[in-house]
Design a protein around this ligand. Structure first.
Ligand SMILES: Nc1ncnc2c1ncn2[C@@H]1O[C@H](COP(=O)(O)OP(=O)(O)OP(=O)(O)O)[C@@H](O)[C@H]1O
Ligand SMILES: [Mg+2]
Length: 382
């Protein structure tokens, strides 16, 4: 844990002792590919209060540099998890855990509108089977009926854009399906038990991130989780995921390129990336160009996903929210403004919790990295 987190922990410890007792604690645990992030919140006098938060790099547990993407055995992850909980002063032993999105398949299916709600749970596994390349017994299914309002909007659009074949999607109920591999869930259960914790629930990371980053946006918003290993794109309407896509590139790929191109160690390259970002520095003119190649790739892939969505649904994305540690890259918002015809926002999830005013600035910067962990804690506290 870095020194600033240590200071914050002490301040929070003091605030906690002044405000009295642990009431309604909720802990969110995000095991990312490069780091574990934890957030503890408490409900005090009806308010959500940030109790503590902290992160630990996983690289050193795999004999790698801080910031590297890891693939660790459960025992090592449990060791790192116990360490970060101890360092952050988390007291609750029941946590809510995120599951990486690559362990699941997310898609929408359409059912006839006359299907009764009570029949949906029987129909879903049968319909889902057509989309899942694994035996249905190897996955756990979750489903969400997309709001009626949204379906009506689509019908309206389909009717107006296909005047020859009106009501293309009329009479359909859209259902979002999340199929998660049972193996992945078992792996997380092992981490939980090896860490002597109890799991309140497991949730696919993008749903936690949406909870942390969204207010009450109704029109389509694109959420970009720019992590160390991957960039996760979710198009969200009426609070529900309408479209999901992964780009296999993240912050660690940028650092790796800087390290190789400028003959620097990974640690030095990571430091330079964070310090100068897309603005570059005078001494090393190519730094910004190296970073830009990756950002251009991510933005062009994102544009393809957006165009496909806008064409399919005849709707435009009104806002793009960046989250994940990679969204702290200097100059990212400036480049993104020129790329999207939408409002650009860097998420500030800690605005959802009460914290001392003088910590606002630190929390504003830390927010994107802790969005998933905070989103989990928020659900747990409900
Ligand atoms: N100020 C900064 N400028 C640029 N990049 C940054 C900055 N701060 C953090 N990052 C990058 O953010 C990434 C870590 O983000 P995050 O913690 O969201 O990833 P993760 O959850 O471990 O990865 P994933 O979601 O892909 O599993 C690293 O690549 C790190 O270099
Ligand atoms: Mg992540």
């Amino acid at each position: 844990m870095n020194p600033i987190n240590d200071i914050i922990k002490k301040i929070f410890g003091r605030i906690s002792s002044l405000t009295g007792g642990n009431v309604g604690a909720a802990v969110g645990i995000d095991i990312g590919s490069s780091a574990i992030k934890v957030v503890e919140i408490k409900i005090k006098e009806g308010k959500i209060v940030l109790e503590t938060y902290g992160s630990i790099a996983l690289g050193p547990y795999d004999s790698l540099d801080v910031g590297r993407v890891t693939n660790l055995p459960v025992e090592k992850i449990a060791e790192a998890l116990q360490e970060v909980l101890k360092q952050s002063g988390v007291t609750d032993t029941t946590g809510a855990f995120s599951i990486p999105v690559q362990s699941s398949l997310i898609f929408t299916i359409e059912l006839p509108k006359n299907v009764k709600k009570s029949e949906i749970s029987t129909i879903i596994p049968i319909e889902a089977r057509k989309y899942i390349p694994l035996p249905i017994t190897e996955v756990s299914l979750d489903y969400f009926i997309l709001p009626e309002r949204e379906s009506s909007f689509e019908e309206m659009n389909a009717a107006s854009s296909n005047s020859g074949t009106p009501q293309k999607t009329a009479g359909k109920t859209s259902v979002l399906i999340v199929a998660t591999q049972n193996d992945a869930i078992s792996k997380y259960r092992s981490i939980v038990s090896l860490s002597s914790l109890t799991a309140a629930f497991f949730e696919i990371e993008i749903f936690s991130s949406i909870r942390a980053n969204f207010e009450r946006e109704l029109s389509p918003v694109l959420l970009i989780d720019f992590g160390a290993s991957r960039t996760k794109l979710s198009i969200v309407e009426f609070g529900m995921v309408k479209n999901y896509h992964t780009i296999d590139r993240g912050g660690a790929d940028i650092t790796d390129s800087i390290s190789k191109s400028l003959s620097l160690s990974f640690a030095e390259a990571e430091k330079m990336k964070k310090e100068f970002g897309l603005f570059g520095n005078l001494a090393e003119k190519t730094l910004a160009d190296i970073i830009k190649i990756h950002i251009d790739y991510i933005l062009s892939e994102t544009n393809n996903v957006l165009l496909e969505y806008e064409k399919k649904y005849s709707r435009t994305i009104s806002k793009v929210i960046f989250t994940g540690g990679g969204s702290l890259l200097k100059g990212l918002a400036e480049v993104a403004v020129n790329n999207f015809r939408a409002e650009i926002e860097i998420g500030h999830p800690f605005n959802k919790v009460n914290a001392p005013e003088f910590l606002r600035k630190v929390l504003e910067t830390a927010g994107p990295e802790f969005a998933v962990a905070l989103g989990l804690a928020l659900r747990k506290s409900q």
